[in-house]
Design a protein around this ligand. Structure first.
Ligand code: ACM
Length: 684
């Protein structure tokens, strides 16, 4: 009787499944697909819906596991299925799809048919279906044809400055897969700690992986000492080789390749303190760069890379290459001998010698190297791929010389920058870079179409100097990595920020529901209000001259001579091309209003951000003149400049009732010297 009842009940349930619900169809897919056509009706997934996958083994497991959210509903079947079924098939070809990661989906009320030319395509189709389903598991009737723009869609996580354990890394891999990202670049070694077990060099993990204090800022601005593993107060950690295997396998099941980065020749203080004989002077705590003249350096690097290559099956091994000081090389007899023997003209060529030699070794193991864009200096290694971070120039130069490039320009892809008005945010390393700014990036812009194919992809980088906790890591990554995911996957013709933001808000809700500490993009504070609308004032119709000894910097010219009287005010960052920067002798400008005018106020904003050496002025003097020769001071504003954290703004202004044709505005630096930045001298 009980069996009969439950049989009847399940029949009813099946009937309920077959009787499909009417659902709203505006999709919230992120990344937005290449093409989607929706109609009325839906396929309703319910208990007993069959799942047919025509691949076997690990590939089949990966796709079955991708549907884990529907465990208890889907019933895997070995037979090709008819109705009430999701059929996932790898075929020889799929119309309008050229990428192995592409797929087509056909949803009818009876069945979902998915086709791809590889299991990766099926995996991404599964992500699309999961995103399409509503809370009652209705999937709108639709057809989708979809494939990525870029083969490489990455996230870099720095696990050196602060260490994050393998479970946390897996959690980020889950989110990456959901948004169709496919490369996780782990920055495993740097001054702040070595993070991977290397059997041949135990001091790297017994010692160079540990420090005190835990917070990078306190350590870096303190004594920068390493401590023994297990000693009191030791902070740090590393992935054992077993951890790495587990992570690599976990990522692979989600079609994500982990790319390890082993830094060389610089950012290696931890290594050169554990093994001081590898530096030029053999002194611990003194050197960041390997000695390139010493054969032992190559023996070490090759031994380390041999173990790394065995652990990571990735085609690419990242060998760093950034920010080498190269300071000890000119004084080191071994480096000098190397330069002489190899006919190297300068230290850039010496670095290039190291990179090229390491590339040969890595190539001999069947792998390729990626390096930060400094590997272009002194001659690019023949097969290297360049990761362009100091802007886009390195990537462009790489593809122009026939190399592949991965674009990670700091101004768009560095997720350690402020994502909202700085005063509303935890302290960050880089300037204001909201979701919209990230989304505005096009990796193939400025690149000749014949070379654009060599742009291999895009990556968001999270450096964690100021990010000590897992919560903060997630806060900085999400939702901005969604913009990277969409740039990496979606056709630029389908990209629209307003629509993306709507979808990003939904995706952020999803992430939060899964326990990710995503930034609340729905309630962002937004751009500095002064920057939102131009300001009309007396000087905008005038002209301006700069004192010869106080020119603005070419790098921060804000558009040139009229920048301070163009009515355009700057935003939250001096890098937005609206703030004019002065590095030599402060600001000293004279505005000609064209004729004598009644003047009631003169003012200008300045900003302070001490880390990049940007300071408020110590003194501002405002003067007026009728003839441009004889000036009378009408205001002197003094300010005691003190170092602080974060970003602040200050208005230096005068109000009163005067007449004049010429307004002279001078701003003097405090004892710190450094940069002054102002955006507009407003005369009313
Ligand atoms: C870097 O940000 N130094 C690659």
């Amino acid at each position: 009787m009980k069996n009969l009842l439950s049989g009847l009940l399940s029949l009813l349930l099946i009937c309920a499944c077959a009787h499909n619900a009417k659902v709203e169809t505006p999709h919230s897919l992120l990344p937005v697909p290449q093409d989607i056509q929706t109609s009325d009706g839906a396929f309703t997934l319910c208990k007993g819906t069959k799942l047919y996958i025509n691949v076997a083994g690990e590939e089949k497991n990966a796709i079955t596991n991708a549907f884990a959210a529907w465990n208890g509903l889907l019933e895997p079947t070995a037979e090709e299925c008819g109705t009430d079924c999701i059929a996932m098939e790898v075929c020889g070809s799929v119309e309008n799809i050229s990428s192995p990661e592409g797929y087509s989906i056909d949803v009818t009320e009876e069945k979902i048919s998915v086709r791809a030319t590889s299991a990766a395509g099926l995996f991404y189709a599964a992500q699309t279906l999961l995103q399409l389903a509503d809370e009652k598991n209705n999937i709108p009737v639709c057809t989708i044809t979809d494939e990525p723009q870029f083969a490489y869609r990455g996230l870099m996580l720095d696990v050196s400055r602060h260490f994050f354990g393998k479970e946390f890394v897996k959690k980020q891999i889950d989110a990456m897969a959901h948004f169709k990202m496919n490369r996780l670049h782990l920055h495993l070694t740097d001054a702040a700690g070595w993070r991977i077990e290397i059997k041949k060099y135990p001091r790297l993990t017994e010692f160079a992986a540990w420090r005190s204090p835990a917070i990078w800022k306190d350590w870096w601005f303190g004594d920068r000492k390493y401590v023994e593993e297990g000693s009191e107060g030791a902070y740090g950690g590393y992935y054992t080789q077993e951890d790495i295997k587990e992570l690599v396998a976990y990522a692979a099941e989600r079609y994500i390749t982990i790319i390890p980065e082993i830094e060389m020749p610089a950012h290696s203080e931890e290594t050169l303190t554990a093994y001081p004989e590898l530096s030029c002077t053999h002194e611990p705590y003194k050197q960041a760069d390997f000695c390139v003249g010493n054969e032992k350096t190559f023996e070490f690097l090759e031994n380390v890379l041999t173990e790394v290559i065995e652990l990571f099956p990735s085609e690419y091994i990242h060998i760093g290459g950034d920010e080498a000081g190269k300071a000890s090389w000119p004084h080191c007899p071994l480096c000098q001998k190397r330069m002489k023997d190899e006919g190297l003209q300068n230290v850039d060529e010496l670095q290039s010698y190291l990179i090229q030699r390491v590339e040969k070794f890595v190539n001999s193991k069947g792998r390729q190297i990626i390096g930060w864009d400094e590997i272009l200096d002194g001659g690019l290694a023949p097969n290297a791929t360049v990761m362009s971070w100091r802007g886009t120039e390195g990537g462009i130069a790489a593809v122009e010389s026939g190399h592949k490039a991965i674009m990670t320009p700091g101004g768009y892809c560095y997720l350690d920058s402020y994502q909202d008005a700085p005063h509303t945010q935890p302290m960050a390393f880089g300037p204001y870079m909201p979701l919209e700014k990230v989304y505005s990036y096009n990796p193939r812009a400025e690149i000749d179409s014949a070379k654009a194919e060599l742009i291999y992809g895009i990556q968001g980088n999270l450096w964690v100097e100021y990010i000590p906790t897992e919560e903060l890591v997630e806060y900085m990554i999400y939702p901005r990595i969604l913009a990277i995911a969409e740039i990496g996957w979606s056709n630029p013709a389908n990209r629209d920020y307003a629509a993306f933001k709507e979808r990003a808000i939904k995706a952020t809700d999803y992430l939060r529901s899964k326990g990710y500490n995503a930034f609340d993009i729905a309630n962002e504070f937004g751009q500095r209000k002064e920057a939102q609308t131009p300001v009309e004032h007396l000087a905008t119709a005038g002209s301006i001259t700069y004192a010869e000894e106080a020119p603005y910097s070419d790098n921060y010219n804000a558009g040139g001579n009229n920048a301070l009287i163009d009515g355009i005010c700057g935003g939250w960052t001096y890098t937005d091309k609206k703030w004019q920067g002065f590095i030599k002798n402060g600001v000293d400008v004279t505005i000609d209003l064209g004729e004598e005018k009644g003047i009631n106020s003169v003012s200008a904003d300045f900003m302070q951000m001490c880390i990049p050496d940007v300071w408020l002025p110590a003194k501002v003097t405002i003067s007026l003149s009728d003839d441009g020769n004889t000036f009378r001071d009408i205001a002197q504003i003094e300010h005691t400049v003190v170092r602080d954290e974060g970003l602040s703004f200050k208005n230096y202004g005068w109000n009163g009732n005067e007449k004049g044709r010429y307004v002279r505005f001078r701003a003097e630096c405090g004892p710190q010297r450094g940069w002054l930045f102002t955006d507009e001298i407003i005369v009313k």
